[in-house]
Design a protein around this ligand. Structure first.
Ligand SMILES: NC(=O)C1=CN([C@@H]2O[C@H](COP(=O)(O)OP(=O)(O)OC[C@H]3O[C@@H](n4cnc5c(N)ncnc54)[C@H](O)[C@@H]3O)[C@@H](O)[C@H]2O)C=CC1
Ligand SMILES: O=C1O[C@H](COP(=O)(O)O)[C@@H](O)[C@H](O)[C@H]1O
Length: 249
């Protein structure tokens, strides 16, 4: 039987990359959720709801095997008044409803900004370059450089709690810079953390398919320039990225 997957934040950029890459490739039964109604035909049932609405999220979770949780405020400048409800409380609501519905796995869209403060003046810009050996691998403590990053670190810790106390399988994907078609231009940091649309779709597909307990992995393509290791994503999820920001100049 096809696995049923709830995709929150389905109308956004990451949601679009995932759906574009997987709809014809995989026989998932998609349930899509976003507070913004769809503007075109969708490949599954579309629930218009806010993730802070506990009852609506519970209903959307019914019969679901796995959740890809993307909904939230993605702005690095997002104020506390927005990240507290949308990114922190909304994420708690999603995990809680997943546990209550007996969902097996949740993949949480974390961010490079959960660890942005590792990019110190002493390390940059050298760490964005190919010959630099500095790597973050997911074992380091969060070190956010803004309140958005704090909210993503909170989502990761909530996932740890729902795994340890309730047995939910959780993978937190610290997504780099998702840009369609080509890596960011004239932006070394963005090139080091580029995630192509097809690698993004493949990575979240692996989050649905693989078995894990609690994991933090980096979501970037196989870039020559990098300061995030993708080894854990390869080992645990079977992630095999095809793109590289090198060679796009
Ligand atoms: N695009 C990127 O490069 C990166 C994205 N991320 C994370 O990935 C996730 C998706 O990001 P994007 O697709 O780029 O953002 P986006 O803004 O394009 O999509 C987010 C979607 O979530 C929905 N949403 C926001 N708050 C909601 C709420 N309270 N209830 C229901 N729906 C809500 C919005 O309507 C929107 O469709 C976010 O959590 C973001 O923090 C993390 C790192 C990098
Ligand atoms: O978490 C996010 O990170 C990406 C990349 O960060 P940036 O500081 O290099 O722009 C960002 O584009 C995205 O909007 C955000 O959600």
């Amino acid at each position: 039987m096809a696995q049923s997957v709830l995709l929150t934040g389905a109308a956004g950029r990451v949601g679009t990359a995932i759906l574009d890459g997987l709809v014809d490739e995989r026989e998932y039964e998609w349930r899509l959720l976003d507070r913004d109604p769809p503007t075109e035909d969708q490949p599954g049932e579309f629930v218009v709801a806010d993730i802070t609405d506990e009852e609506a999220v519970r209903e959307a979770m019914d019969g679901v095997d796995a959740v890809i949780h993307l909904a939230g405020d993605p702005r690095k400048t997002a104020p506390w008044e927005s990240v507290l409800p949308n990114n922190i409380d909304g994420t708690r609501v999603v995990y809680e409803a997943a546990v209550d519905a007996g969902v097996e796995k949740v993949a949480f869209a974390s961010s490079n900004h959960a660890v942005g403060a590792y990019e110190t003046d002493e390390r940059t810009p050298e760490m964005y370059r190919e010959d630099d050996q500095f790597r973050l691998d997911g074992n380091e403590l969060p070190r956010p450089g803004n309140l958005y990053g704090v909210s993503k670190a909170a989502g990761e810790v909530l996932g740890r709690y729902y795994h340890d106390e309730h047995g939910l399988s959780v993978v937190c994907v610290r997504i780099g810079n998702l840009t369609e078609g080509h890596p960011p231009v004239d932006y070394e940091r963005g090139q080091a953390m580029w995630l192509s649309y097809r690698d993004c779709a493949h990575l979240f597909d692996r989050c649905i398919q693989a078995d894990y307990d609690y994991e933090i992995v980096y979501g970037i393509s196989d870039n020559d320039r990098k300061y995030y290791s993708i080894e854990r994503a390869r080992e645990v999820l079977g992630y095999e990225p095809q793109d590289n920001s090198a060679g796009h100049d």
